[in-house]
Design a protein around this ligand. Structure first.
Ligand code: GTP
Ligand code: SPV
Ligand code: MN
Length: 612
């Protein structure tokens, strides 16, 4: 049925992996139900209480397969310099050889599922098509939620190949491995034996190819997500003149009924899903604010014919962090995950419902933990450490259309116009609640100098700062110095650029308590940001950028000390001069490849700080 280059590629991959059978996914409800049943029979899925959680299922990953494995993730380019100092690198030859040895015969006794999927609305000229081959039903069912997939995408692929000129000179030169023809991302995935020593997540940007083997976890295995929509897409975006970013997209409907859209980049587990689904706080209710969720993790942004930046969420579902999600912190997410949701690595209660640390309701008396062991609250291990029921990175996968605040614009081919770009991270000290960059170039510097603290619970040494430019450190598919250069170049092309801000919800006092209440209250900061975009409020100039005058922030109904507010907005020049050292070390690794504008901004900031 489909294009010859597609069927030839599938044939070649099948002869490598040797599945017993090959099955093309059509995306129908019947197919979904059949696969669910098969996964239940095999023990890959557990059916949850259908009266309480209709259409919901439960999955446990292997014990060693609970998060993305950045150390096993590689960018495979002929020249190591093209991957840059912040990526793991392997030559394409070595990549195909090493992963090929693991893929070899890895699907014996299994079915190879063929998933045609579209990142972005089906039929949009901006959307990218991928085909994922996988031997995991869990992956098929998740891809069904987080992407648009099946028959409609196969038809779109056929349409695109019919439109192809007979002998296209427009197509990029391909490696000898790839036949010429319609463009799609070739995504090969096998869980193989789930052995970490035989796990590789490889990206071949020049070949538009992803090979992932040995993991069944989210970002490692749902290849449309981080692998295609960020690593491969960022590479394509640089060539085609757009941006692929680790950003949420949300609309803020204001008192006058206007909707302003913003995009925000925070590192993993730093609050994108929460912000994208924000519920306005009581104190601002009278103003009639409404939030519209466009996306919670990835944004593809292009320059529109009006010269503004327009953003599309390439995904169709939410793969969100479960712990900490409850009806107080994120009621919208809780409403989203009551049906048609796959829960991974949370606590399974005796009544076949689910729970996690920081979740709703009373802590269950007992249940099965994420490892499938009997679990009771208060249990400790041999070292006396409290045993968590849910894995800290346990997740839910739900269709974005379940979200009560979903924007009606998610299918718009051109996306939504972005008024503000917001960067942010977890900083116990240093970074103020919010500041605005002086201009685009300075804004790029602000994004490039982003950093986030690792929390004791999740990542190791408390307070340890990891530099994570634009929240893209693990996701940039090419040399990050070139990536900064691309951002700078985009600034010259956008005639109506969004303003660029930085936020920090995580500043703490000397007792390590958050100074800012966060969550819904973050709307107060967004309101100031929108007012800045619309020229409605003044600001105060500091060495690092513009900060709000406290009187310009609506604090109605929020009981927060003026002292604390001052501390939240405080900028300590000495601390910032200290930070410059870490920034300099980070930038130094890029050598001459780092754009001179970035060093110009660095020196200008140093000067402004020393003047104080
Ligand atoms: P990924 O899916 O990994 O990309 O994460 P994310 O950026 O979408 O993070 P998410 O919204 O899931 O939040 C991660 C954690 O941060 C959760 O435990 C939240 O409860 C917490 N969090 C989110 N927003 C805030 C906030 O405004 N203040 C505080 N103190 N915590 C927050
Ligand atoms: C992240 O880690 O930023 C995620 C989860 O959004 S994953 O899809 O696994 O990358
Ligand atoms: Mn993410």
């Amino acid at each position: 049925m489909t294009n010859k280059c597609v069927s030839e590629w599938i044939k070649e991959m099948a002869s490598l992996c040797q599945p017993d059978s090959i099955y093309w996914c059509d995306g129908s409800i019947e197919e979904k139900e059949r696969l669910q049943q098969e996964a239940i029979n095999k023990g890959e899925l557990i059916e949850l209480n259908q009266a309480k959680l209709p259409g919901c299922f439960y999955h446990r990953t292997a014990l060693n397969d609970v998060a993305r494995t950045e150390q096993l993730t590689f960018i495979c380019t002929p020249d190591k310099e093209d991957a840059g100092p912040t990526n793991n690198w392997m030559s394409p030859d070595e990549g195909y050889r090493r992963a090929g040895a693991i893929f070899s015969g890895s699907m014996k006794g299994r079915t190879m599922y063929v998933i045609p999927f579209s990142m972005g609305p089906v039929g949009s000229p901006f959307s990218k098509i991928g085909i994922q081959l996988t031997d995991s039903i869990y992956v098929v069912l998740n891809m069904r939620i987080v992407t648009r997939m099946g028959k409609v995408v196969t038809a779109e692929l056929d349409k695109r190949s019919r439109l192809l000129p007979k002998r296209s000179r427009l197509l990029p030169k391909r490696s000898r491995l790839l036949p010429k023809g319609v463009d799609f991302t070739r995504c090969l995935h096998s869980i193989a034996d789930l052995d970490v020593n035989r796990r590789l997540i490889l990206h071949f940007p020049q070949d538009n190819t992803i090979w992932s083997v040995g993991s069944g976890y989210g970002g490692n295995a749902l290849l449309g997500k981080k692998c295609l929509s960020l690593r491969i897409a960022s590479y394509i975006a640089q060539k085609e003149g757009w941006l692929a970013e680790h950003m949420l997209i949300m609309g803020i409907e204001g008192p006058n009924g206007n909707v302003d859209y913003i995009a925000a980049a925070f590192p993993s587990a730093c609050g994108k899903t929460n912000l994208a689904m924000l519920i306005p706080p009581m104190g601002l209710k009278h103003k009639g604010y409404r939030i519209w969720t466009v996306g919670d993790d990835i944004a593809w942004m292009r320059i529109g014919s009006d010269g503004a930046l327009w953003a599309v969420n390439p995904e169709f579902g939410i793969f969100g962090v479960a712990p900490g999600t409850n009806s107080k912190t994120n009621p919208t997410a809780m409403a989203t995950i009551q049906s048609d949701t796959i829960y991974t690595n949370v606590v399974l209660k005796p009544d076949k419902t689910v729970w996690w640390e920081g979740g709703d309701g009373p802590i269950p008396d007992n249940g099965l933990d994420w490892q499938g062991r009997q679990w009771k609250p208060g249990m400790t291990d041999a070292t006396g450490t409290h045993i968590k029921g849910a894995h800290p990175n346990s997740r839910f996968t739900a269709p974005i259309t379940n979200c009560p605040s979903v924007s009606h614009c998610i299918e718009q081919h051109q996306g939504v116009p972005i008024s503000a770009i917001i960067f942010g991270g977890r900083r116990a000290r240093l970074a103020p609640l919010v500041y605005e960059s002086f201009n685009w170039q300075h804004g790029v510097f602000v994004g490039a100098t982003m950093a986030s603290e690792r929390t004791a619970a999740q990542y190791g040494a408390l307070g340890e700062v990891r530099r994570d430019p634009m929240a893209m450190l693990p996701f940039c598919g090419y040399n990050m110095a070139d990536y900064f250069g691309h951002w700078l170049k985009m600034g010259n092309l956008i005639t109506k650029p969004p303003l660029i801000f930085n936020v920090n919800w995580f500043r703490t006092d000397e007792n390590n308590n958050f100074l800012w209440p966060g969550y819904g209250e973050n709307l107060r900061v967004l309101e100031w940001i929108i007012n800045r975009c619309n020229g409605k409020v003044e600001s105060i100039e500091t060495p690092i950028g513009y900060v709000p005058d406290i009187k310009d922030m609506d604090m109605t109904g929020l009981d927060i000390d003026t002292k604390d507010m001052e501390r939240l907005l405080e900028i300590n020049p000495n601390d910032w001069l200290g930070e410059l050292k870490s920034i300099r070390d980070f930038f130094a690794q890029f050598g001459d490849r780092l754009p001179s504008e970035i060093w110009d901004e660095y020196k200008a900031l140093e000067k402004r700080l020393q003047r104080r």
